[in-house]
Design a protein around this ligand. Structure first.
Ligand SMILES: C[S@@+](CC[C@H](N)C(=O)[O-])C[C@H]1O[C@@H](n2cnc3c(N)ncnc32)[C@H](O)[C@@H]1O
Length: 221
């Protein structure tokens, strides 16, 4: 992986947070347990799945026993270390974690039935580059399941995130709403088949939930 400025920008914050990431999520995202169930429902049993920007592996480890094989990648080595620790504790054998950049995935064209990217596209400087790679590694007609924090759903959320970012350097590079997120995914070679806003009453921010199919007539790259 080319260790350039962009990679450092995307990785730094998460490397530091990794040991406390699961506690951070438990506090701020009450929706996650039901979200993981929802993602499971949209993945076919026995399929081959890639989890892009896996973090500490919540999706990969949740779906592992239902699918054939999971590959899970993240740009932060500390996140991947935490994910692997949990995989060993749970004695799961069909997940392969590795440190990779979503902009350059080490998989052949058309490898996966489904790619999941949970809550990470807005944390990437150029999400369309990751989407182009996701499209390349998906089989024609394969599915992308993406969730994105819905910062652009209101002016209040946008302002809150600007202030939060100013004080914490939190890497939220994009403040998208549902339509903008769906449009970005459509323009990247997908047909959106499901789009909705989901929110737990105790969470501050909503989540954008999108399921999209890789258009069969799209070239791999
Ligand atoms: C908000 S966390 C989400 C983690 C996990 N998907 C979850 O839902 O718990 C965002 C993740 O995106 C990862 N990330 C950011 N840029 C990336 C890139 N270019 N390639 C791979 N992972 C990236 C970060 O390291 C971080 O783990």
């Amino acid at each position: 992986m080319k260790d350039n400025k962009r990679v450092k920008k995307e990785r730094k914050w998460w490397d530091k947070l990794a040991p406390n990431y699961d506690r951070h999520v438990e506090k701020n995202w009450k929706i996650y347990p039901s979200l993981l169930d929802k993602i499971c429902e949209d993945i076919e049993t026995g399929s081959t799945v890639l989890d892009v920007a896996t973090g500490t592996g919540s999706v990969a480890l949740k779906i592992a026993r239902r699918v054939k094989q999971v590959y899970a990648v993240d740009i932060s080595a500390s996140m991947v270390k935490e994910a692997e620790k949990k995989m060993h504790e749970k004695e799961i054998g069909n997940v392969k974690f590795s440190v990779q950049d979503a902009y350059s995935l080490p998989f052949d064209d058309g490898t996966f039935d489904t790619v999941v990217c949970k809550n990470a596209l807005h944390n990437m400087v150029k999400p369309t580059k990751a989407l182009s790679e996701i499209k390349r590694v998906l089989k024609p007609g394969g599915r992308l399941i993406a969730t994105i924090t819905g910062i652009g759903e209101s002016r209040r959320f946008k302002l809150m995130m600007t202030i939060y970012r100013f004080f914490t350097a939190f890497p939220a590079f994009h403040k998208l709403n549902l339509e903008e997120a769906a449009d970005m995914i459509e323009k990247s070679g997908f047909t959106v088949v499901k789009r909705e806003i989901i929110k737990h009453p105790e969470d501050t921010l909503p989540l954008i939930y999108i399921v999209a199919e890789r258009r069969s007539n799209e070239p791999y790259s």
